[in-house]
Design a protein around this ligand. Sequence first.
Ligand code: NDP
Ligand code: GDR
Length: 370
Amino acid sequence: MSLVFNSLKNLPTPEEYNKRKVALISGITGQDGSYLTELLLSKGYEVHGIIRRSSSFNTGRLHHLYEDQHERPGKFKLHYGDLSDSTNLVYIIAQVQPTEIYNLGAQSHVKVSFEMAEYTGDVDGLGTLRLLDAVRTCGLEKHVRFYQASTSELYGKVVETPQSETTPFYPRSPYGCAKLYAYWIVVNYREAYGMYACNGILFNHESPRRGRTFVTRKITRAAADISLGKQACLYLGNIDAKRDWGHARDYVEGMWLMLQQPKPEDFVLATGETHPVREFVNLAFTALGMELKWSGTGVDEQATDIKTGKVVVKVDAQYFRPAEVDLLLGTPAKAERVLGWKRKVDFPSLVKEMVDADLKASKSMVEDQN
Ligand code: NDP
Ligand code: GDR
C-alpha cells in the first residue's frame, strides 16, 4: 500500500491535477472499450485499461491501437486487474492517478446472468462499489470524474414509453438487478461524497465489434455464412422482442461528453426508434440478396429463403430467457439538449455495416482455407 500513501503525499492541487488528461477504462477489451480508447487517444488523452488475465487471447479489439502505441510511447498502457479484486483496483488507481474513470467492465450478457447470477452481482454490482471505494482510498474523490455504464435493462418491464431519466426502474434479470445496485451506488457516492460521478443509461448499441453471442452480431455473422454456403441455418430465441439499437461509436462520444459538463448528471443515450429482432433478421438477409418468408408460430416459427426454398432461420426454445424485456424505446432528448449529443448512424446503415463486415471476414476465411 505504500504506493497509495506515496501518491497521496505527492497529490497535485485539483487545478494541476485536472490539467492532465488521463483516462482509466475497465472493460477496455470489450466493444465499447475499444471505441472509447480510439476516441480518447484522438483527443490527446493518456489511456490506461484494465484487462483480465485469460488463457486465451482477449485483446483482439485493441490490436490496432497496441501496434500504434509503439509510435506514441506512454500514451496507452494495459494493466492486469479484475473488478472482483479491491486491492488490485486501489493499486492501479494509485499508480495511474486518472482524471477520468470509465467503468465499462461487466459480465454483460443478460441470458448468461440467469446462469451466473451471483458472479454477475459481484462484478457488475459490487465491482462498481469497489472501483468507487478505490478512488476514495486513494484520496482522489474530489479529483476524478467517474462514468458508470448503466443500461436500459434497468427499465425491464414496460412502465412507460419512451423511457427517460425519470422513468421508474423494473429490472427483469440478475444482470439488470446488479446494474440497478451500481446505478444507485453511483448516485449515492455523488450525493454523499460530492464525487463527479454519472450514470449513462445506454440503450443497445452495436457494431462490427459486437460480441458474437449478442443477437445482432449472431444474426449478421450467420447471414453472411449462410449466403456463402458455410452454414445451413440460424437458430434464435424470442424474435418478437423490440430494441432501440444505435451504433457503439456514437454512444462512446456521449460517455465522454457526460464527463465534460460543469456538474455531474445522469443521461439516457438512445435513438428514439424501436425495432423487433425479426426486422433485424429480415434486413440482414435482404442486404445479402435473400428474401425471407416466415411461417409457423411460437417455437415452431421459421423463415425460408424464397429463392432457394431452404429453411434458413428457426426459433429454438433454448434461447428464450426465464424473464424477458419485451420492449425498449428511449428518448435522447436530455442528452441532445444538455450535451449536444446526436447519433449519426441510423438503423438500416447499422445493419448494413455489420453485414458487410461479417461478409468480408467470412470471405477472407474461405480464401484462407483454400
Ligand atoms: P462487452 O461484453 O463487449 O465487454 C465487457 C468488458 O468487461 C470486457 O472487456 C470484459 O473483459 C470486461 N469484464 C468482464 N468481467 C470483468 C471483471 N470481472 N473484471 C474486469 N473486467 C471484466 O460489453 P460492451 O462493450 O458491449 O459494454 C460495455 C459496458 O456497457 C458493460 O458494462 C455493459 O454491461 C454496458 N452496456 C452495454 C450496452 C450495449 O448495448 N453494448 C448497453 C448498455 C450498457 P474480457 O474481454 O476479458 O471478457
Ligand atoms: P440484450 O441484448 O439482452 O438486450 O442486452 P441481446 O442482443 O443479447 O438480446 C436482445 C434481444 O434479442 C432476443 N434474442 C436473442 N438474444 C441472443 N443473445 N441470442 C439469441 O439467439 C436471441 N434470440 C432472440 C433476446 O431475448 C433479447 O430480447 C444487451 C447487452 O449489451 C447488455 O449488456 C446491455 O445492458 C443491453 O443490451 C442494453
